[in-house]
Ligand binder design. Structure first.
Ligand SMILES: Cc1cc2nc3c(=O)[nH]c(=O)nc-3n(C[C@H](O)[C@H](O)[C@H](O)COP(=O)(O)OP(=O)(O)OC[C@H]3O[C@@H](n4cnc5c(N)ncnc54)[C@H](O)[C@@H]3O)c2cc1C
Length: 413
């Protein structure tokens, strides 16, 4: 692919640049510069307020969810225009993480399975950021093996009644709506008795309990469902077809997370530029240079693999299993980079608060957050299995319970 802008792309870039220059929330520049993956310089409420304000401003001017159809709140932009926008939005894109699950996973699922009326009702407020969405998939007994979920859905007339527990639900505490996969028929094999819905997160019977993480914040939650009523009209896909609907979400999840992942490489380079080791400037150290060269090669590999996905999307393709590569490489790279940054800083590496050293203070939280990156949206092992089986065509993993009725599959107490 030719990486230079065409005349049309150049004009689009200029238009985006100009709009951002006039409208960006410059009062947040300092806090955005001090924030990075895993580390926010904002108070949680402030982050939500400012993210909503920026999202609404973009949406009102036609710059939100660019690639969505116009009638759903987008502007029918091409995948390349979307990349150009992200490049120009730069650090202000940090304010979009609040919507990554809604825009990246819930919206594509609604677009594929919701009725036209539902799309017109739910997608525009999601694009504008007025309504936040979350994803209720994982359970205490089902993560990698999502088809092992046991949250029950029983039909009752025009409604379904949901009972069970979800876990690790990112952003549930701030969400208005959620997508959920349930077990509707335990007598069928596990992949065949699942049904998928979207639900109002303020429905009676939903209890959300935040889980405090190592870095001190509580970005995800346990969600308990007791007799939660969901209209049948909010079912996505057929009864028993929840597995296929979930695959749509997961493929989009890996594309949303995997094609534009932070690695910490830029932050590391910035740190090395100002760090002195006993032997002299860090960037003159042979071993440091060797490691940086290795990460640079990987960063370039990620960039071009991302471009390859975007080229495929631009030609009308769907997000495919190759998007798993980005997350495996970027997640591991971030962990290695953050460890290296801490190690090189010696005792200063334990700094977590600013103290006038904003750049250095980024790495401890980056290290803690990088562990989650290697788990969320599919662990390294699961993604490697996907790459092995579906990209490289190697023999499949052993799956002994594939055809057994779910009720008979041995599970923990
Ligand atoms: C930061 C973060 C945010 C998250 N947000 C959400 C969210 O919003 N919504 C949601 O539903 N979930 C969310 N999750 C949950 C996430 O999807 C699961 O943690 C993940 O799928 C792994 O499941 P598990 O934790 O149950 O681990 P398990 O599936 O129990 O895995 C344990 C270990 O066994 C390995 N393993 C399992 N099966 C195999 C196999 N077949 N072959 C080889 N190794 C295997 C795994 O790789 C892992 O190392 C989030 C997780 C994190 C860390």
């Amino acid at each position: 692919m030719d990486l230079r802008d065409t005349a049309e792309q150049h004009a689009f870039r200029q238009e985006a640049r100009q709009w951002i220059a006039t409208n960006a929330p410059r009062h947040l520049d300092e806090k955005l510069a001090a924030s990075s993956f895993g580390r926010s310089a904002f108070e949680p409420d402030e982050y939500i307020r400012e993210s909503k304000a920026w999202q609404a401003r973009k949406a009102d001017a036609g710059w939100a969810c660019l690639h969505w159809p116009e009638q759903y709140g987008g502007r029918d932009a091409t995948p390349i225009q979307r990349v150009i926008w992200a490049q120009e939005e730069g650090r202000y894109g940090y304010l979009s993480s609040l919507y990554i699950i809604g825009h990246g996973m819930c919206a594509p699922t609604l677009m594929a399975y919701a009725s036209e009326e539902q799309k017109r009702r739910f997608l525009p407020p999601m694009a504008r950021g007025d309504e936040i969405w979350c994803q209720l998939f994982s359970e205490p007994g089902a993560g990698s093996d999502l088809a092992g979920i046991s949250t029950r859905a029983r039909r009752d007339g025009d409604e379904w009644v949901l009972d069970g527990q979800k876990v690790w639900t990112s952003g549930a505490q701030n969400s208005d709506w959620g997508i959920i996969v349930t077990r509707s028929d335990p007598d069928r094999p596990k992949h065949k008795g699942m049904t998928f819905f979207f639900l109002d997160m303020r429905s009676p019977g939903i209890e959300i309990r935040p889980i405090r993480q190592a870095a001190g914040d509580a970005a995800f939650n346990e969600v308990f469902l007791s007799g939660v009523r969901v209209p049948d009209a909010q079912r996505l896909g057929g009864v028993g077809d929840g597995w296929s609907v979930s695959i749509t979400t997961l493929m989009n999840e890996r594309a949303a997370i995997g094609t534009s992942m932070a690695t910490g490489f830029d932050e590391l380079l910035a740190l090395l530029g100002e760090l002195a080791l006993e032997s002299g400037p860090a960037l003159d150290d042979g071993e440091v240079r060797c490691r940086v060269a290795d990460w640079y090669v990987r960063a370039m590999g990620l960039r071009y693999t991302g471009y390859r996905s975007i080229t495929a999307l631009a030609k009308g393709g769907l997000p495919g299993p190759e998007n798993s590569i980005g997350k495996v490489v970027a997640g591991n790279m971030m962990q290695e980079i953050a460890s290296c940054a801490l190690e090189l800083q010696e005792v200063d590496g334990v700094l977590v608060e600013d103290a006038g050293l904003a750049l250095r203070a980024k790495f401890p939280r980056m290290l803690m957050r990088s562990l989650g990156t290697r788990i969320e949206g599919g662990t390294d092992e699961i993604l490697k299995n996907i790459i092995a089986e579906r990209v490289l065509g190697l023999p499949g993993d052993v799956r002994v319970d594939r055809d057994v009725p779910f009720r008979e599959v041995p599970r923990g107490a």
